[in-house]
Design a protein around this ligand. Structure first.
Ligand code: BES
Ligand code: ZN
Length: 623
């Protein structure tokens, strides 16, 4: 990381040094961050509504147009400070038609550049004309060959955590909520979609209008443009995907309407009108992203057997935990993700039964244990639920701690007071904090006010240990399932027989294979992997979760026959969760590292910057 130390910022301003692209000739000024990750001065000025008018240019790989902020401010305040990163801002107009004499802060490689706009006491609207540049990390521009149907280019955005500022000048902090509207112009043969009320069909003009009438945080701003079709699942939900993929997607996600019904029955009516899922091309760096009204999802959940749809349950759950009740800062990220993993698990239980839900939880707790083992060595402070990410990339908080430790904490509270009281409490939580943001301390207070009834409960809850302590409290719940038990026993049996027994795996689902693969003997040989591959056909599996665990094992053991399909997988799929373990396993030996670097050289042009950055770091190369 090459950020300037804070003292240097002051010095640079004093000396009149200008850093950054230098598009703007005016001298740059030193501007302090107002939160741990944003320059936005929401304490003085707030955006209440944002209107975007953007043209999508696939040739230039550029969004250009205007962002109009409708604002509220105390009439005495004279400056609005927005976040931006790599944006070229051409002009800023106030609602009286005057041109604002705006300035930039000194550029920071992580947080970008503050845009300082002097306001007049009566200013109600601020209008910025701008375009994105080639460094915009939120944008991934795909060529036709990177899509499913290989006919048309594709664009999608990923704003979480602090990338919204790379395509829109705004206050990029989750505790600022605003409604938005947009007019997007794109090539006529493509359809544009946003995290808002969406069209279901292409039109002949290539112009689309969007409206998000409920206030959302900046990290939920989203846009996708491509050859996209829609298929309805019921009156409230449906799927979007490329035409050649649409039927498979609709089949795989057919349980969505039931999930929405079950989720609403648990914690209150679905708050956003429609719920649709857009399945993206395979380079999408995440599993899913909970963009309001329109979840973005990786195609790697389309396994052909509906075994990976819990990801949709997860993103759907964010409609309450995250989008409705939002973490106030990225230090409170566990309030978004821990709650969502808990809620996801309840939806999965309601739709697929308790054993399936417990199986998913058990697999995840296994992952948490491995993560904790490493983190307690390398970064014990980051194993706390309440984080301190000041000055760091908030993505550093994107670990199993927020997700699985957060989930176990809530499960622990459920077990303490019983499900009935716990569900009433959660319902109340979502009601009271609707369209608000919350931090860890406020959640603690809310527990005291609305959950605990006796001093004994307060003691048993051990809130301090859970929220502010490192590692995992000893009394953490231990989910256990029949299906995982079968997989564990099969792995144990294999440890002694060293012979695959396909009969044992009859009727297994994805997660059981994963558990089995993760529990292979440390000293397993290439000949034994060969026998496993013959019996189970792992290398030819169409299931990305299974492939990921298999290739990780193959890389560790140096099982060459799996390398061709492994490389094909690493080139086609850009989901960071799958890339990371395989590249890590490769990096463990010099020859593996060499192979990993060679594959990365071929694959990286297809990776999103989020994935490319992580993998480059693992391989010790430039991204
Ligand atoms: N909101 C997250 C994705 C995210 C978090 C993106 C932080 C950028 C920064 C999303 O809801 C998520 O958790 N996705 C998971 C899938 C889920 C089933 C655990 C993923 O992408 O793997
Ligand atoms: Zn999530």
């Amino acid at each position: 990381m090459s950020r300037f130390p804070y003292t240097f910022l002051g010095l640079a301003a004093l000396l009149g040094l200008a850093c950054g692209p230098g598009k703007h000739s005016v001298q740059r000024v030193s501007v302090p961050l107002r939160t741990d990750h944003s320059y936005g001065n929401a304490e003085q000025v707030r955006t209440t509504h944002l209107h975007l008018e953007l043209a999508v240019d696939f040739n230039k790989k550029r969004l250009s147009g205007t962002a109009t902020h409708h604002i509220e401010h105390k009439s005495t305040d004279t400056m609005m400070v927005l976040d931006s990163r790599g944006l070229v801002i051409e002009e800023v107009l106030l609602d009286d038609g005057s041109s604002a004499n705006f300035r930039f802060g000194i550029e920071d490689t992580l947080f970008g550049t503050a845009v300082l706009i002097p306001l007049k006491p009566e200013t109600k609207k601020v209008h910025l004309r701008y375009h994105t540049d080639s460094t915009a990390e939120a944008l991934q521009w795909l060529s036709p060959v990177q899509t499913h149907d290989r006919q048309h280019p594709f664009l999608f955005t990923q704003s979480q955590a602090i990338l919204a500022r790379t395509w829109i000048p705004l206050m990029d902090r989750p505790d600022v909520r605003f409604t938005y509207s947009a007019k997007i112009t794109c090539p006529k043969e493509l359809l544009a979609l946003m995290s808002a009320a969406n069209p279901q069909q292409r039109n002949d003009s290539g112009i689309y209008h969007f409206d998000m009438p409920q206030p959302v945080s900046s990290y939920l701003m989203a846009l996708a443009v491509g050859d996209i079709s829609f298929k309805s699942l019921d009156s409230l939900s449906g799927v979007y995907a490329e035409p050649g993929f649409l039927d498979s997607v609709a089949w795989e996600l057919a349980d969505m309407p039931n999930m929405i019904k079950k989720a609403s029955a648990l914690y209150g009516d679905y708050p956003w009108g429609r719920y649709d899922v857009l399945v993206l091309p395979p380079s999408f760096p995440f599993g899913g992203m909970e963009n309001p009204r329109l979840t973005f999802a990786t195609p790697t959940i389309i396994a052909g057997d509906r075994s990976l749809t819990s990801l949709v349950a997860h993103e759907l759950a964010h409609s309450w935990s995250g989008n409705l009740v939002t973490n106030a800062s990225w230090n409170d990220f566990w309030l978004n993700e821990g709650f969502t993993v808990y809620f996801e698990n309840r939806i999965v239980e309601a739709v697929y039964g308790k054993d399936f839900a417990d199986m998913c939880a058990e697999l995840e707790v296994g992952e948490l244990e491995r993560t904790l083992e490493r983190m307690m060595r390398e970064a014990p402070k980051d194993t706390r639920l309440a984080l301190n990410l000041k000055g760091r990339n908030p993505d550093d908080g994107l670990t199993d701690i927020a997700y699985i430790k957060g989930f176990l904490f809530l499960k622990h509270l459920e077990q303490l007071v019983g499900r009935h009281r716990w569900d009433d409490f959660l319902k109340e939580y979502f009601r009271v904090y609707s369209f608000k943001t919350i931090n860890t301390e406020a959640f603690k207070d809310f527990l005291h006010e609305h959950l605990f009834q006796t001093a004994k409960e307060v003691v048993y809850a051990q809130l301090k240990d859970w929220m502010y302590g490192e590692g995992l409290p000893a009394q953490a719940p231990k989910p256990a399932s029949e299906r995982m038990k079968q997989a564990r026993e099969a792995a144990l049996k294999y440890q002694t027989t060293r012979k695959p027994d396909p009969l044992m795996a009859k009727g297994w689902v994805t997660q059981q294979y994963q558990h089995f693969l993760r529990n292979m003997p440390k000293d397993i040989s290439t000949a034994e992997l060969d026998a496993l591959d013959q019996s189970f056909g792992f290398s030819k599996s169409g299931n990305a979760e299974v492939l990921c665990d298999w290739f990780t094992l193959a890389a560790r053991v140096w099982y060459r026959p799996a390398f061709a399909p492994m490389e094909a997988f690493l080139v086609r799929v850009g989901r960071r969760k799958f890339l990371k373990p395989v590249y890590e396993a490769l990096s463990a030996t010099p020859k593996g590292l060499e192979l990993g670097r060679a594959i990365f050289r071929r694959a990286k042009s297809g990776y999103h910057s989020v994935s490319a950055g992580t993998i480059a770091e693992i391989l010790g190369v430039k991204s």
